[in-house]
Design a protein around this ligand. Sequence first.
Ligand SMILES: Cc1cc2nc3c(=O)[nH]c(=O)nc-3n(C[C@H](O)[C@H](O)[C@H](O)COP(=O)(O)OP(=O)(O)OC[C@H]3O[C@@H](n4cnc5c(N)ncnc54)[C@H](O)[C@@H]3O)c2cc1C
Length: 409
Amino acid sequence: MTASERYDIVIVGGGMVGSMLAALMVQSSIRIAVIESVTPKAFDPDSLPDLRVSAFSPASKKMFEQVGAWSNIEAMRHCPYAHMRVWEEPENLLVKKLLSGHGNETHFKAEEVGQSALGYIVENRILQLALQQVLEQSSNVDLLMPEELQNLERQGDEVQLYLKSGKQLTASLVVGADGAISQVRKAINIGVRSLDYPQHALMALMQMDGPQQDVTWQHFTPTGPQSFLPLPDVNGQSYGAAVWYHTPDQIQKLQKMPLDEFQDQLLDTFPERLEGVQKVMAKGSFPLTRRHAHNYVKPGFALVGDAAHTIHPLAGQGVNIGMQDVAMLAEQLLKAQDANEPLGSINVLKIYEKKRIQENRKMICAMEFFYRTFSNDSAPAALIRTLGLGIAERAGPLKKQVIRYAMGL
Ligand SMILES: Cc1cc2nc3c(=O)[nH]c(=O)nc-3n(C[C@H](O)[C@H](O)[C@H](O)COP(=O)(O)OP(=O)(O)OC[C@H]3O[C@@H](n4cnc5c(N)ncnc54)[C@H](O)[C@@H]3O)c2cc1C
């Protein structure tokens, strides 16, 4: 019989969220294992930017600084942005007429709230590598990679985990940080409320003219937003990503197109502000599903990040709310450790669940509101949102509040 290695906490999934949870506890005496099935490719400064990138907030950046991972990101690459523009050109003639003379764009600037950046765009792999570098140097965390969870069962106050390699682990608490199709969530029978959006997203990597940009923008159309994200320079060459939201059929068609044909279609359809595209280098598409777990915890178990919730990415808040989950969970676990309480105790875990489930529900509702209001071609909706964008631009203190909220400050 294989001997089982004992940990206080086993985190299944060493993506951005699971790795951050472990990194927040590296200074403690808690013994932690992180199981990650895919070893991320090492950073190569000459490689093209990945298609999977995240815009993350200054609040999330603070967490990377706190755990000592921000300098690792800086040693690789990232792209801060100081401006965000959001606008709509109404197609409806009546709406156009009613709005003539009114602004239809909001321009958020970091300087309006005394900051140098509204957020940062970083490749998901770089965020993960930066955190894993912190874990590799710690004495209380073992990063088991590549290792995949096969099965788990609760035995008394402990959880027994069986890995595909044949290894066995025992833990007081198992955290499911294993993404949207979480095996941990399934194994412990926590259900989810979910909705497949009739909209998919396509990300295109573009080689651009000029220096690295510091503006991200979003143009709303009735079929979905069209966005631009600036990306970090590679060897003095600048890059950007176009994000195209449309019906699943249309996105499938665009995904199948050869790159040169796709580039023509992109330049014909996206607003003129997408200037300076030299060449589309790669593209990839993603289905969009909203999910929310009925519970985040059970005795001996907790869910965090995409394992607990996925949201429409139009406001780029997915990772940020995952980071808030692990900040709260780590706080409760460190308190429990100090008070000598069992880490898998439902009383400890319920505090985490209560605080985060309510906040995440609010964010899910807000994203739902944006999605429904901005992907809709009825004239009243077009009038309200275009007026809203113009009013937001002139809203003074309220606009500053919105900026600070989006920055997580
Ligand atoms: C098109 C698109 C654009 C997005 N843009 C943004 C954005 O701009 N800003 C933002 O904040 N969010 C964005 N998001 C959301 C963001 O990508 C997710 O919220 C984020 O990746 C969640 O991180 P996570 O660590 O919870 O899960 P994941 O990133 O899915 O990580 C889960 C990890 O668990 C591992 N794993 C899974 N199963 C097992 C197993 N059985 N054993 C061991 N390991 C396992 C996986 O290999 C993986 O590394 C976007 C999402 C999409 C689809």
